[in-house]
Write a protein that binds this ligand. Structure first.
Ligand SMILES: Cc1cc2nc3c(=O)[nH]c(=O)nc-3n(C[C@H](O)[C@H](O)[C@H](O)COP(=O)(O)OP(=O)(O)OC[C@H]3O[C@@H](n4cnc5c(N)ncnc54)[C@H](O)[C@@H]3O)c2cc1C
Length: 535
């Protein structure tokens, strides 16, 4: 019953919740998940419908509400990430909610309640407290259905009273049909969404490349890309003796510098428990032998927490199903790491990223091409600036190559053609002058100081400016994550390989190295015994 925030479980349960053949998209909230869902949703606005399952008008209103919810909420939302559409059943009862779980075949509350009312002790048993009563009272619900609008965070631990002028939550006073509700929303947003908007091809995408605010949505795509990359690695059993080191080094960077706190935490958990979670391979007479049963406990691990992936892209959403998405998210992740590392970490990060792409990015042409660019670097990086400018320039080389290929094969996303980046609209100061408008050959006279300044702010502060997890903004480095980890991890296992890699990188990752080394002392003995036993 209690579903967690904006999660796959919500999306799945909603999309599985067939209703007369129709799929429910609005998220069912109750007193147990109300705050968590609204706190963690990436959406900018929320609509909360308070209703009662016995109210006939509410039942008739549901298809109208769902027509609008289809546009904004759920894994197949036409315009995701803008509005979270939810509903709260003010008459929902504790026992009924539990019992509904025992009736998996499409019964709804009213049907179960009607069925149960035939039993003589029904009244005694089921006149139990209506679980959402207090919640509905807090919002002064005076009639059903009653709809509210506001920023999701304002609903958290919040309430509403009539004639409350200053509240950012307001009652939607004209939403009695799908048309009227969408009209009301369009007026609020100055938008022109229509009920027949369809996903992808006809979607009016927020493709305004000159709007720097767009990147603020990308933190959610970075989480999605991290989780997807990790899922791919596990699904394809890509952790081998020759790739373990690359993964461990990349995880180290994620622990320290991933813009999302939950991904930092998950990466730390994987890293610290690496040897226990992944199967251990050893070389024996040139053959790779798996120690133990070869099953990886990592199989079920969700590196950015169970809320991610959500199943949709926002900043990286293409206008066609097959464009953008994961590879866009991966680029944004790499750029966001490149501006976050310290000068002393830049060379380590460079090799970690090169090896990670080479070992784990399944697009053969991409990884080969990228690795060639990595291999052509002869002088080690000792400045964040130089490394992030190198990555920016490498990405532009890929863009330049793809501009030609996509134009000839007509495979470009029409709304997101490849460009030499950043365009002038995004960073005019990055351009010193333009030699005869020859942008195609990348003959731009860049002001690299300005480009670095722009990259640092775009992929640094702006990227996390809308992020709901305020801790992401705190400059706490890795210490906070490790503190959390020490508290949350009961059995800390230190991988020998990881400890070695960390020891090597100890200047750059001082705190992390210290932590592992101290743990290693405790665990090494156990680890050796454990390995011997398995052999
Ligand atoms: C490491 C790597 C190598 C790849 N190599 C290839 C390849 O060889 N062949 C191939 O077909 N595909 C390759 N891809 C995929 C390709 O680069 C794009 O990711 C994909 O085509 C989706 O493009 P997109 O329009 O979403 O923008 P992307 O190129 O994915 O860029 C994502 C976002 O980053 C920003 N951006 C664009 N350029 C830069 C820049 N120079 N610096 C900083 N930010 C920028 C923009 O906001 C853009 O929307 C590679 C991907 C990765 C991660």
């Amino acid at each position: 019953v209690a579903l967690s925030a904006g999660s796959r479980s919500i999306l799945r349960s909603i999309s599985n919740g067939e209703n007369n053949g129709e799929v429910d998209n609005a998220v069912d909230l109750n007193v147990t998940n109300f705050d968590a869902v609204l706190r963690d949703t990436p959406a900018t606005y929320a609509v909360v419908e308070f209703f009662a399952h016995w109210c006939p008008a509410c039942r008739n209103y549901k298809p109208h509400y769902e027509k609008v919810a289809r546009l904004f909420t759920g894994p197949n939302a036409v315009h995701p990430g803008i509005i979270l559409m939810t509903r709260v059943d003010c008459a929902s009862k504790v026992f009924l909610l539990c019992l509904l779980n025992l009736f998996p075949f499409g019964y709804d509350v009213l049907e179960v309640e009607t069925w149960l009312s035939d039993f003589p002790f029904y009244f005694l048993l089921f006149s139990a407290a209506q679980i959402n009563t207090k919640l509905c009272d807090k919002f002064s619900v005076s009639h059903y259905p009653m709809l509210f609008w506001g920023p999701p965070s304002r609903f958290v631990s919040g309430g509403w009273e009539p004639k409350q002028d200053k509240s950012e939550i307001c009652e939607i006073d004209d939403g009695r049909t799908a048309d009227r509700l969408l009209n009301w929303i369009n007026k609020q947003l100055g938008s022109s969404y229509a009920l027949d908007d369809e996903k992808y091809e006809n979607e009016p995408l927020p493709s305004n490349i000159s709007d720097p605010g767009q990147i603020a949505r990308a933190v959610y795509d970075i989480e999605e890309a991290t989780a997807t990359a990790f899922d791919i690695i596990l699904a394809h059993k890509m952790i081998k003796s020759e790739t373990r080191g690359a993964l461990i080094r990349f995880l180290q960077i994620l622990v320290a510098h991933h813009p999302s706190r939950r991904c930092r935490k998950g990466s730390a958990e994987v890293l610290v428990n690496f040897d226990d979670l992944s199967p251990l391979y050893v070389q024996s007479d040139r053959q790779e032998v798996v120690i133990g049963d070869g099953k990886s406990a990592l199989g079920n691990f969700q590196i950015c927490g169970k809320e991610v992936p959500r199943g949709y892209w926002m900043f990286c959403r293409g206008s066609k199903n097959e464009t953008r998405g994961f590879s866009c998210g991966l680029w944004v992740l790499l750029h966001s790491l490149s501006v976050r590392v310290d000068d002393g970490e830049s060379q380590f990060t460079f090799t970690a990223i090169c090896d990670f792409i080479h070992s784990f990015f399944l697009c053969e042409e991409c990884r080969q091409h990228f690795y060639d660019m990595c291999s052509s670097v002869t002088t080690p990086f000792n400045k964040t600036r130089d490394f992030s400018l190198w990555l920016w320039s490498a990405h532009n080389k890929v863009n330049e190559r793809l501009m030609k290929i996509e134009a000839s094969l007509k495979t470009a996303d029409p709304k997101f053609p490849k460009i030499i980046w950043p365009p002038k609209q995004l960073c005019s100061t990055c351009y010193r002058s333009l030699s005869k408008g020859d942008t195609k050959n990348n003959q731009i006279d860049w002001d690299q100081d300005e480009v670095f300044k722009f990259l640092s702010s775009y992929y640094g502060k702006t990227l996390v400016s809308l992020y709901k997890d305020k801790d992401a903004l705190r400059n706490e480095g890795i210490d906070g994550v490790l503190e959390d980890l020490v508290v949350s991890t009961n059995a800390v296992v230190v991988p020998v390989g990881a400890a070695l890699a960390i020891a090597l990188a100890s200047c750059a990752f001082g705190a992390l190295a210290c932590y592992w080394r101290s743990q290693q002392k405790n665990r090494k003995y156990y680890y050796q015994l454990h390995s011997l036993k398995n052999i």
